[in-house]
Ligand binder design. Sequence first.
Ligand SMILES: [Zn+2]
Length: 355
Amino acid sequence: MGLDTRAALRRCGSALLALVTSTGLLATDAASADGTPAKELFGARALPTVAAPTSYGFYSKGCLSGGIAIPTDGPTWQAMRLSRNRRWGHPEMIALIERFSHDAAAKIGWPGLLLGDISQPRGGPMLSGHASHQIGLDADIWLTPMPQKTLSYQERESISATSMLDKSKFLTIDRSVWTPSHARLIMLAASYPEVERVFVNPAIKKKLCDTWRGDRAALGKVRPIYGHDYHFHIRIKCPAGSQGCKDQAAVPAGDGCDKSLAWWFTDAPWAKPKKKPGEKPPKPKFATLSDLPKACTLVLNGPAPASEQQATFGTAYRAPAAIPAAATSIEAVIGAAAETPLAEIPVPLPRPALQ
Ligand SMILES: [Zn+2]
């Protein structure tokens, strides 16, 4: 069978799957037999599976049912890169982002969050970008504060985030862009009990190690990693009720300002892997549906809401009537973060039409 024929058959298979899904029929493992990369299958789903909210598998190998989307606009956030359709998550993740954005404004004066990728409607691997973000429990938050104005669809596609690094030096914070508010924002994110890790660039972690005078245990959740100088990444624990969700090992005790951080400032993490003469680079291996938890086949092929209007959106969080005055100390910021109540009644916010 020629390549073209195979590609045509594959396209045909995808169309069939889409049809099966749109009619609400459940194709059991129709897609698992062929070797289509799972990222193509999950990347093609525009809406979530209607089912109980459940995260299946691990952050970097799994999927999500019953996902909800964060509204594109809230009082203290704007979602970016709307064309990617990655503002879906487990309802607990969406609630956390909404609450965090409100707390950041009320307690540290951060004018609002610009939201990067959360997950695809059904989670799963993505065609571009991340290894994780597959189960609706990871979210990227820009380190650029939200502007006063409502950004247009086009601006949300094109505006760039700001790096916190001085690119003329090795792993060094750019003092002209980094502020104590950035430190407070990251540490506020780390202060929530459900937040298990916050990923940042090693230079940012070092800056926090050197300057943070608040809770050092929360600092231990802030983990150095490649990139993450334009945004930071919040990861929450497996929610209760997600039996198929695989928890990550707890972070080691302590603030993490130790050898594990010092390693990033050596040559080791940046050295190019040595190649033997004549050795070919390894072929990239893409996960197929059969590499993911079994439930992900059902999630992929499960029924979607009839339209985007019928999909479920966030805003279960409602700001308290009285917004507390800006906190006067970092300890107050961290202490108060656990106290703001979650409202029970979801209040949908208007979503601007895509232009
Ligand atoms: Zn991320």
